[in-house]
Design a protein around this ligand. Sequence first.
Ligand SMILES: NC(=O)c1ccc[n+]([C@@H]2O[C@H](COP(=O)([O-])OP(=O)(O)OC[C@H]3O[C@@H](n4cnc5c(N)ncnc54)[C@H](OP(=O)(O)O)[C@@H]3O)[C@@H](O)[C@H]2O)c1
Length: 298
Amino acid sequence: MSSRFATVVIGGGTGFIGNRLKNAFAAISSKVVIVSRNATKDRMSWTDISKHGIPENTEVVVNVAGLNVLNPMQRWSSDFKTNVILSRVETTKILADAISKCNSPPKVFITISGVNYYQPDGKEYTEYDRVPVFDFFSRLCKDWEEAGNLPEQIKTRRVIIRSGVVLGNESGMIATMRLPFFAGLGGIVGSGKQFMPWIHVEDLTRMFLFAASNEKVKGVLNGVSPQIITNSEFTKALGKAMNRPTLIPLPEFAVKLVFGNERSDMILKGAKVKPKRVLDLGFEYKYEKIEDACKQLV
Ligand SMILES: NC(=O)c1ccc[n+]([C@@H]2O[C@H](COP(=O)([O-])OP(=O)(O)OC[C@H]3O[C@@H](n4cnc5c(N)ncnc54)[C@H](OP(=O)(O)O)[C@@H]3O)[C@@H](O)[C@H]2O)c1
């Protein structure tokens, strides 16, 4: 099969989402180069990119780097918060700078961001809504997205995918919940009424490929399934797919004890987010219903 792209550069290509992207792009590209904190024979470091730029013939640049915010072993300290910001904003800036200095800039620059951009106030949001900063995570999303801005004279297409909770077996929410659910200890988190924008990792990967391959795709895409669900509906779907009861709730105070007040908002609150532009652009989901996604995952 002939390659659709020459070289593809993926920041954070060693992680859960990045590894999926690496495999998907490798199937349709001549070469995939990972950017990581640890350079190896096949990986460039962030310093390499700052010093030497992106490789010649790079047609697609992606950034999905970012320190894990929900690591329960990490206290929500100011140092940790700074690293959470730097790992997203600085890596994106390094790639944007490298693109700006390129003799032959890539066709497209795609970065990930989060649905924490939107207010968890019950109102329905689409990509067409501009939301003023209202908390730490919405500020993070705004700065992260703006870090990828390119000078006007650079004609590289810029795409931002604001992702919801990514469901996949390797890592993230499903991997964390599998054992307690299997042991019959699953249940709602907090009130269970909070919205939970979600996407199957396969659909998120396909959305990155869709954005890379379609010249008409520019700007923000909400990386979420069209089906709006709550935490309680997700809990039921996962329990049903695993054939396990979901009667043991995880109370709000326990979440706050582990994660601290500010960070708990990521778990205890959720915005009502629709992927209107994604659908308008003609993207087709493989997993639109949470029941189908959970069945596939277990
Ligand atoms: N998973 C989700 O549900 C979800 C939802 C919305 C948005 N996102 C965002 O998507 C991105 C990828 O998520 P993921 O689940 O794939 O995370 P992951 O598995 O933890 O991978 C993140 C990658 O970021 C790099 N990284 C970690 N700490 C870093 C630091 N301090 N400085 C620079 N790079 C660092 C790591 O690469 P090296 O170790 O090779 O440097 C790692 O491979 C993150 O920015 C996350 O916020 C994820």
